[in-house]
Design a protein around this ligand. Structure first.
Ligand code: ZN
Length: 139
C-alpha cells in the first residue's frame, strides 16, 4: 500500500489568520497514484489548527467571532503569566479546534462537499512560517 508524505508551506499573518489550503492539497492528491484511500493532514505547533468551512468572508468572519468569544485575546491566561509571550488565547483555541484532519479519497478525489474547504487557522500573535504534513495512503 503506497504511503507518501509531503509538506505544504504557508506564511501567515497571525491573529487568527484563516487560509484556504484546498488547492494545494488537491494538487498533492492529484499527483499521488492513490485512487482510493485517505489524506491525513497535520499541523505541527501548538498555536494553529486545521478544520473545514465554507471559505467565504461571512462564514470566516463568523468563525473568528465565535472563537473570540470562547477564548478572547484579552482574557486572563496563566500561560501568559508563566511565559510572558502573550499568546495564551492561541494555545487554548488551537487545542479546542485540533491539529489534524482526515479526508477520504475516492476515485482519485477528496470527498469534500461542494462548499467545503480545508483551512488552516493560525492563532498566534505574530506572523509564522507554517509547514503542514500531507500524508496520502491507499491504493
Ligand atoms: Zn505561548
Amino acid at each position: 500500500m503506497p504511503i507518501s508524505s509531503t509538506h505544504i508551506f504557508v506564511q501567515t499573518t497571525g491573529g487568527t489568520d484563516i487560509v484556504d489550503l484546498t488547492p494545494q492539497i488537491q494538487m498533492q492528491v492529484k499527483k499521488s497514484p492513490v485512487k482510493n484511500g485517505a489524506v491525513t493532514l497535520f499541523i505541527p505547533g501548538s498555536t494553529a489548527s486545521l478544520t473545514t468551512i465554507e471559505f467565504e468572508s461571512g462564514a470566516v468572519s463568523d468563525l473568528k467571532n465565535a472563537i473570540g468569544k470562547i477564548a478572547p485575546e484579552d482574557g486572563h491566561y496563566d500561560h501568559n503569566e508563566r511565559w510572558g509571550d502573550g499568546n495564551g488565547y492561541a494555545h487554548v483555541r488551537a487545542a479546542m479546534m485540533g491539529p489534524s484532519l482526515h479526508v477520504p479519497i475516492v476515485e482519485g478525489k477528496m470527498t469534500l462537499g461542494t462548499w467545503q474547504q480545508i483551512v488552516l487557522l493560525d492563532f498566534d500573535n505574530r506572523p509564522r512560517d507554517r509547514s503542514i504534513v500531507v500524508q496520502i495512503s491507499g491504493e
